[in-house]
Design a protein around this ligand. Structure first.
Ligand code: M6R
Length: 357
């Protein structure tokens, strides 16, 4: 039930700090170590390459997952759109492990790939919010995201839960490989929960941003580099599906290869600047679009912020920044849809779970 909330989406956005705490408690042993099925641990160790398969928002979580597993566990990962993999399967490595990410566990495109890889005899792990679902039953292993039922068509808490579980999986894999980590993953995840709470309390500021940048526009671009690019893709998906604004996410460096031609007087460009190593280059991109008339809205991180940034995120561990950076984007999308009179929880032409190809 949505209780006093006007929409499930807003309730589900607000539930994210709780979901993170829930995930911590489910994946932590009493001694503080990570609790994970030994068979999953073995499958991660045995794999020479990991293939993440998903659709929509879950695909965007998979992009961040690739970065987490590669940087923390030092295992090569490829993330693929399920419907593309289905008809254009790449050559796979000798010992692949397939990870399916799906909130519902019922997405037909992902299931199609699962059926094919099982026929080929490859091991499969499903990360899902619905453990009894088709993708969970048909895979060898399941990791539960413990986000609780997600009702709004626009996925919010399932996305951050998927990334949190992927971070835990990455850390567990690193430890099982004998790698030493210079951070305490549980502590860093609990900081994420606290920061999420702070962000959920900043609704007024985010509503104002939505009003200022998005109340009349026809389109909106999201730019970022590295993980900010992935979060930007998710921000664009969120905005387009519920507000019907044509929203697209781009890698900052790609702007000059075409997209910048679309910038007109007043075009909103939401730029994410949450990482030190790309801070200067993304701010360079912002200058380029501003010079062509864009209305830039910079979302940055404490310590990397500059005058006139529209919103500044509190600092969390670098690897986990996407989990907090998405929250303002979710809320901006929510308010943009609300201001434009859209049906936030049930956007036109969309179904919560896409069980046909
Ligand atoms: O249930 P799944 O995670 O497999 O669903 C995948 C997509 O259909 C889903 O994420 C969709 O993109 C959402 N409506 C995005 O908010």
């Amino acid at each position: 039930e949505k209780g006093t909330y006007p929409h499930y989406m807003l309730k589900e956005i607000d539930e994210q700090p709780l979901v993170i705490r829930n995930i911590i408690s489910k994946y932590q042993k009493e001694n503080g170590e990570i609790k994970l099925d030994e068979d999953i641990r073995k499958a991660m160790q045995a794999a020479d390459r990991i293939y993440i398969i998903a659709a929509g928002t879950s695909y965007h979580a998979g992009l961040v997952g690739k970065q987490l597993i590669e940087s923390i566990a030092k295992k090569p990962v490829e993330t693929h759109i399920a419907s593309e993999f289905l008809y254009n399967m790449p050559l796979v490595s000798e010992k692949p492990l397939f990870i399916f990410i799906s909130q519902s566990g019922e997405t037909a495109d992902s299931r199609g790939v699962l059926v094919n890889v099982k026929k080929l005899g490859y091991p499969a792990l499903t990360i899902t919010n619905v453990p009894g679902s088709t993708l969970s039953r048909e895979a060898d292993f399941t990791l539960h995201t413990y986000a609780g039922p997600e009702i709004a068509v626009a996925s919010t808490k399932a996305y951050t839960a998927q990334m949190a579980v992927l971070a835990i999986l990455a850390v567990d894999t690193a430890k099982a490989r004998g790698l030493t980590l210079d951070f305490d993953p549980i502590k860093e995840l609990s900081i994420v929960g606290t920061v999420m709470e702070t962000l959920c309390d900043q609704k007024e500021a985010l509503e104002k941003i939505a009003r200022e940048y998005l109340s009349v526009t026809r389109n909106c671009f999201f730019i970022g580099r590295a993980s900010d690019y992935y979060v930007g893709l998710e921000g664009a998906l969120k905005l387009k599906e519920i507000s019907y604004i044509q929203a697209e996410g781009f890698a900052g460096g790609e702007l000059k290869h075409g997209t910048i031609a679309l910038i007109e007087e007043g075009t909103p460009v939401i730029a994410l600047a949450t990482q030190k190593h790309v801070n200067l280059s993304i701010r360079g991109n912002v200058k380029e679009v501003a010079a062509r008339g864009a209305n830039p809205c910079i979302i940055s991180l404490e310590g990397l912020n500059a005058d006139n940034d529209a919103f500044v995120l509190p600092k969390v561990h670098d690897y986990l920044t996407p989990l907090v950076a998405v929250i303002p984007l979710q809320l901006i999308s929510y308010y943009a849809a609300l201001h434009r009179g859209c049906d936030v929880d049930k956007p036109r032409n969309l179904a919560k779970s896409v069980t046909v190809e």
